[in-house]
Write a protein that binds this ligand. Structure first.
Ligand SMILES: [Zn+2]
Length: 68
């Protein structure tokens, strides 16, 4: 039998606009910007991948679990 874990995050979090490395908040980013470079740590982000990493982080933080 498979176990399924559902992680929820607050709908007001903006995972696309936040650098998953150090948490820089890119206020100028729009949803049309699929790729962006973090001006803080120079990481090149793909919007969807960056967002999915952030969603996982937020969800694990909210449940006090240890994640990446
Ligand atoms: Zn960064």
């Amino acid at each position: 039998m498979q176990r399924l874990t559902i992680l929820r995050i607050d709908q007001f979090e903006l995972p696309i606009k936040i650098c998953n490395v150090y948490g820089f908040h890119n206020k100028d980013l729009t949803l049309a910007d699929r790729k962006w470079d973090c001006p803080d740590c120079n990481t090149k982000h793909d919007g969807d991948i960056n967002a999915s990493i952030n969603i996982k982080k937020f969800a694990l933080d909210n449940q006090n679990l240890i994640g990446i």
